[in-house]
Structures are given as structure tokens and as C-alpha cells.
Write a protein that binds this ligand. Sequence first.
Ligand code: PEP
Ligand code: MN
Length: 341
Amino acid sequence: MIILMKKNVTQTQIDQVTEWITSVGYKPHLSQGVERTLIGAIGDDRGKIHLKAAAFLPGVEKVVPILKPYKLASREFKESDTVIEVGHCRIGGGGFTVIAGPCSIESEEQMMESGYVAKKAGAQILRGGAFKPRTSPYSFQGMEEEGLRLLKKVGEKTGMPVVTEVMNTVDVDLVEAYSDILQIGARNVQNFALLKKVGHSKKPVLLKRGLMTTIEELLMSAEYILSEGNDQIILCERGIRTFETATRNTLDISAVPVLKELTHLPVIIDPSHAAGHAKYVLPLTRAAVAVGADGVIVEVHPEPEKAFSDGPQSLRPEQLYRLMDEVAVLKKAMEEIGGLP
Ligand code: PEP
Ligand code: MN
């Protein structure tokens, strides 16, 4: 349920409404727009009838039920695009953010070199996995805390914010201490305990769509994080599982305009995990710009043939440089034709 306040609402009236929401067993969620204040009432459906009575409180314009199963994530709740600020960089709101780095952090030398390449290319955010979700227990599982330390070190050295995955509730505090953005990987998109836990974090969350997750389910997962109080979420389409085997997954490019319609949260594309082959990363990145995504996350490795994980889909440094050049050209072209907001 959303409570839309009148234009000239006073703080006392806002306080009265939030108190009412709390008194009937719901959690108030304030959203102060340029023109209007919206107050979301978060909770299950049982006390709906009491909430409706808020329409009679002073300063209230109307009480609007949100029919979608996700509320705070919906465009109905927040019309304007959410823009996430990390360091000097902004994700969402019309820009195009490139996040680049290796799949796994492997050594100081490899991470330093990757950071240098990402920086030289002009990528805004550095990625690197320290806790790796691997299909086989015999595959490299990541350097864990030592990897996090290296990632932070390279982030500081290059002046780039860093993003890394957290797979487990017990590791959230640790990962948060080293990372600027917490990544929830495809396999954990419906790990509700983990979603709730990062919902309490002050750090933005990069939430990847699962292999078998519908768009609505992805938004429900985002809602778990939002309903715990963290509204800094970046959604990521990283390919879904289909009958097609030519690529590792199938990039659902239409997820971008669909999500843009349904939610105010920024949406990026991961062409590396979608394609599984480095040679398709550039064409899919071109598509990401054209479709109106807010950015991409790509894997790059100084020597992909030696990578501990995801080597075949990792760009070589020169491929990343070319990708960045093309992004700049395509982004400009999109602005010229008025194809972007
Ligand atoms: C990753 O980013 O390295 C990763 C494991 O991604 P996903 O969760 O999309 O498979
Ligand atoms: Mn990977």
C-alpha cells in the first residue's frame, strides 16, 4: 500500500501517518520526491483494511494499493530512476557504467595487472571474485579473505570502487569491510536469508538474475533487500538457461526494457556469463548500450588462457580497450537519436 501525501504536507502530518502505519503493524518507508512525499506501508496483507483508514488522516491525498507482488521495487512506488553513487561514479539515470575485472582474484600480480588494465581502459568499477560459486567442488573456490584484501588494495591504488560476491550470510560483514558493492550471484538470487542480511547493509548490492529466475521473481528478490531498508540495488541480467547450447546461457536482452518499465532500479548486463565466449562479449555489449541498459559487467584477464576460472569468456586487455571505445561511440549515437532518457 502506498500513501500519497498532499503537495503542501507538513512534517507533523508525515509523522502522524508513519505512526499510524506502525500502529497497525506495518513498517513505514518514506520516499521524498521533488514534488510529493510517498509513504509505503510494508508488511503482509492481513492488516490491509486498517491501512486504508489512513486516507482520513490530515495531509493524505490518497491511499493506493500496489497490485504487484513487489512494492518498493515498482515504478508505481517510485517513478524516477534510482541512481546509485559509489565513490565518484554513478550507476543509473542515463549514464553507462562499465564494471571490469577478472572472474577470480588469483594473486597480487594478476589483480594488480587487471586493475591497471581496467583503469587504463576507462572502466569505472573493478570486479574480482574472492568467494567463488563453482559448479564443481574440485574447481578453484577463491582466495577468500586474502583475495578481498588484494581487491581492496588494487581498488585503492587505482582509485576505483570494487565489487565482489558474497555467498553466505556469515561472510557479509567480512565482505562488506573490503568491498564498495556486494554482489549476490545468480545462484543465490533466492537465498532469502542472504537477501535479508544484505538488506541491512549500507553498501549497494549488485543482484544478478538466476539461471531460472523470471523477471518477476528477480524483482521479488530485490524487494527482500528493499524491505529490510537497503534501497541501493543494481539489477543484472546475466543470461538464463534455455535449450540453446551454442552460448553458455541465453542473454535475455528484452529483460532490460521490461525491467525499465517495471522498476526504478538500474539494470546492467553481464555479457561474459551470458555468452561464455570472449568473442561474443563485444557484440552483446553493443546491444546493451542500444537497449538502454545502465552498464555492463565484463570479465577481463591479463592472460585468459591461464585464468583459474572463466578464462574462455574473459576479454584480453586489448579487447577491453576496444569495447570501451565502442561504448563511447554508441552511447553518443544513442543520445543523438534521442534513444536514451
Ligand atoms: C561471477 O560474476 O563471476 C559469477 C559467478 O556470476 P553469476 O553469479 O552470474 O554466475
Ligand atoms: Mn565468472
